[in-house]
Design a protein around this ligand. Structure first.
Ligand SMILES: O=C(O)[C@@H](O)[C@@H](O)[C@H](O)[C@H](O)CO
Length: 402
């Protein structure tokens, strides 16, 4: 089965998505997500200019060999642009293989390890009471696990606070929006949010929180300790993770479970975190960590150390990534949870799919492949719009981590 054609399709039904479509000489095609929020065109060019010419004429069934060719063959390894491009090819090829076999993708991976995929949604509010109401709204929609974020008095544009609708989207400007950050105000505020949430909703609902890389390791240890009485499912990205060793300090101070990995691209970014048991959940995704082929390697390493998966699933990952992730989640033995931020109805229309949400769970569909398609005519109506993620500064003007 030879690759006859491959091309990149960019569409912006409210936000930008980059999709790779690979066609074979046997009429079967597959699609893969290549979206890198705020840097979309870099991956599109990497694919169109450097990857696609290498794909034409290759055997579409040799997924592993093509992965190795793109990773080793470029000489320049790793990085979000390279790995998102490789992921798009890999996802499209798994889609093709599963379609050719007439099987949903999870069957090819080894079959189901579970019937349904536990997901968490995002509740956020301008203040604690609004977040409390939003958590209630998510509970009413059936969610069993909810990430809670709240505005902080005196901190303009604190992370995770949307503009009041279900479809929070941080990449909101042609040039980055400037937000403010104050660690002392945040550290005083965050435990109060979770104290209130446990008072209102009791001990059973799963609560999660994203620190979004804002703290130093010792501050993260302090926060984790302060949150212990409220039994979080996890505390996410509490400190930047370039220095994996930094997590040892956090671990020494708290038993709040730790999650990290949405900006990781390869197994090398998390090897020490996993092998030293410094985290509980690894959040790498299909799209940013080299596709199903590489994600499987990361999950297998993690399983040796009882680290479970918790894939990133924000709206800047397209429904193609979500579809592939759900097949992966249905199979992977050491599954933890899947993030699920809803896409807008416009996005869902551009990417018809057979996964569905019910009672706090997502269900991968039974169609051959990963079950997500792209309506190219509709996609063409939504032109690319340059949009970047915000930045954060301290009150004195120092650039901080957004
Ligand atoms: O946990 C998450 O989902 C967030 O960290 C993301 O929304 C992140 O801010 C975006 O994916 C950035 O593009």
């Amino acid at each position: 089965m030879k690759i006859r054609d491959a091309r990149v399709i960019i569409t912006c039904p409210g936000r930008n998505f980059v999709t790779l479509k690979i066609e074979t000489d046997q009429g079967i095609y597959g699609i893969g997500d290549a979206t890198l929020n705020g840097r979309e065109l870099a991956v599109a060019s990497y694919l169109t200019d450097h990857v696609v010419p290498n794909l034409i004429g290759r055997d579409a069934q040799r997924i592993e060999d093509i992965w190795q060719f793109l990773y080793r063959g470029a000489y320049w390894r790793r990085g979000p642009v390279t790995m998102s491009a490789i992921a798009a090819v890999d996802t499209a090829l798994w889609d093709i293989k599963a379609k050719a076999a007439g099987m949903p993708l999870y069957q090819l991976l080894g079959g189901r390890s579970r019937d349904r995929v536990l997901v968490y949604g995002h509740a956020n509010g301008a203040d604690i009471e609004q977040t409390v109401d939003q958590v209630g709204a998510y509970k009413d929609m059936g969610y069993r696990a909810i990430r809670a974020q709240s505005g902080i008095p005196g901190v303009k544009g604190a992370y995770g606070v949307g503009k009041g609708d279900l479809y929070y989207e941080p990449a909101d400007g042609t040039l980055p929006t400037e937000t403010l950050w104050s660690t002392p105000a945040y550290l005083n505020h965050a435990p109060k949010l979770f104290e209130r949430l446990r008072d209102v909703y009791g001990p059973d609902i799963e609560l999660l929180h994203d620190v979004h890389h804002r703290l130093t390791p010792i501050e993260a240890g302090r926060l984790g300790k302060a949150l212990e009485p409220y039994r979080l499912f996890w505390m996410e990205d509490s400190t930047p993770a370039e220095n994996q060793e930094a997590f040892r300090l956090i671990r020494q101070h708290t038993v709040t479970p730790l999650a990290v990995g949405e900006i990781f691209n390869t197994i090398w970014d998390c090897r020490e975190l996993i092998q030293n048991q410094l985290i509980d959940y690894i959040r790498t995704t299909v799209v940013h960590a080299g596709g199903i082929t590489h994600l499987r390697r990361i999950a297998d390493l993690a399983s040796l150390y009882q680290v479970r998966t918790g894939s990133h699933g924000a709206t800047d990952l397209s429904p193609v990534c979500m579809g592939a992730a759900l097949h992966f989640d249905s199979w992977v033995p050491n599954f933890g949870i899947q993030e699920y931020m809803r896409h807008t109805p416009e996005t869902d229309e551009v990417f018809p799919h057979d996964y569905r949400f019910e009672d706090g769970y997502l269900f991968a569909g039974e169609k051959p492949g990963h079950g997500v398609d792209l309506d190219e005519k509709l996609a063409a109506k939504y032109e690319y719009e340059p949009k970047q993620l915000p930045i954060a500064r301290l009150a004195d003007g120092t650039l901080w981590n957004w």
